[in-house]
Design a protein around this ligand. Structure first.
Ligand code: C2E
Ligand code: MG
Ligand code: MG
Ligand code: MG
Length: 290
């Protein structure tokens, strides 16, 4: 019986592998046309300032997140297509579109919302973009074309990427020279550690959701957040707690010293119009928690 079950599992596994390979090649073909057909668009999630008593500053910033509205499959997650975009080289066109659109939207919000407008725009960079020789020129061109102030743009890279070699380091310094800010995304999930944080020219550390979600119930994770905040702060870096879903998690993040927070407790990622409504509504009552 055990052998038969093992055999069934192996068959099921092979089937799943085939399904995944099929999905991938079908998405790969579709992604090529998706860019031209404007099926990709940006959503924006508020990044709030964490204040005492569960209060928050709604205008601290937003993070741009790409979405794909597939004509048949509906919304496809970036987790399922960024990898494909990288291996096909489409990431360059997609990444530029995300950045250019986000900068244009950000500049428009400043005009339309004045004091309720977000003060920082975060945009994710992928591995392939970070190794692109003319990345700095491309970013500079987009800043110039959109009128986006460099100091209000934060480019996010993942921890495992930042830990790699002199080329990446050089690229990061080039971006810093443009005046943009850098953030280390998903901190705690990669291979670098607190002891190597000082080697990276980043302004902000974003503590991964896996730590934040456990911090309210696990003393171990609470201490890890506290240690990260202490080291980051000693290096002059700010910290963001990712994936805050409950008021308790927000309170723990604030108590451990995180400067900002991001998560469904405050808002899911929103399209531009809905984001503007959210910002306006929350700026009108700055003391309200959410
Ligand atoms: P990330 O940069 O760490 O972005 C945060 C992710 O966490 C987003 O997922 C966001 O929707 C999700 N999130 C935020 N708050 C909560 C919460 O309270 N609970 C839970 N469960 N999730 C929360 P999303 O939009 O699916 O993006 C996933 C990842 O895909 C991003 O992680 C980023 O690494 C990548 N990504 C997204 N957009 C882009 C892009 O334009 N370019 C590149 N290169 N990567 C992107
Ligand atoms: Mg990010
Ligand atoms: Mg992240
Ligand atoms: Mg994350």
């Amino acid at each position: 019986v055990a052998k038969a079950q093992g055999g069934n599992r192996a068959v099921a596994f092979e089937q799943e592998m085939r399904d995944q390979a099929l999905l991938r090649s079908s998405l790969e073909a579709d992604l090529r046309t998706a860019v031209e057909r404007a099926e990709l668009f940006n959503v924006y999630q508020p990044v709030v300032g964490l204040l005492a008593d569960g209060h928050m500053d709604p205008g601290a910033g937003v993070e741009a997140l790409v979405r794909w509205r597939h004509p048949v499959r509906g919304l496809v997650s970036p987790i399922d297509f960024i990898g494909i975009a990288e291996s096909t080289g489409l990431i360059h066109a997609i990444g530029e579109q995300v950045l250019a659109t986000a900068c244009r939207d950000f500049v428009a919000w400043q005009r339309q919302l004045s004091t309720a407008a977000p003060r920082l725009l975060a945009v994710n960079l992928s591995r392939a973009q970070l190794t692109q020789a003319d990345l700095c020129d491309r970013v500079a061109a987009i800043l110039a074309a959109s009128g986006m102030p460099a100091a209000q743009l934060q480019l996010e890279i993942t921890e495992s990427l930042a830990a790699q070699g002199a080329d990446i380091q050089h690229q990061l310094l080039g971006l810093k020279q443009l005046g943009v800010k850098l953030a280390l995304d998903d901190f705690g999930t990669g291979y670098s550690s607190l002891s190597s944080l000082h080697l990276l020219p980043v302004d902000t550390v974003k503590i991964d959701r896996s730590f934040v979600s456990l911090a309210a119930s696990s003393a171990h994770h609470k201490v890890l957040i506290e240690a990260t905040v202490l080291v980051a702060r000693s290096l002059g870096m700010t910290t963001v707690a990712e994936g805050i879903e409950t008021l308790e998690q927000a309170n723990v993040a604030h108590a451990q010293g995180c400067d900002k927070g991001q998560g469904y407790l405050y808002s899911r990622p929103l399209e531009s119009a809905a984001l503007q409504q959210w910002l306006t509504a929350h700026a009108a009552q700055p003391a309200a928690a959410h």
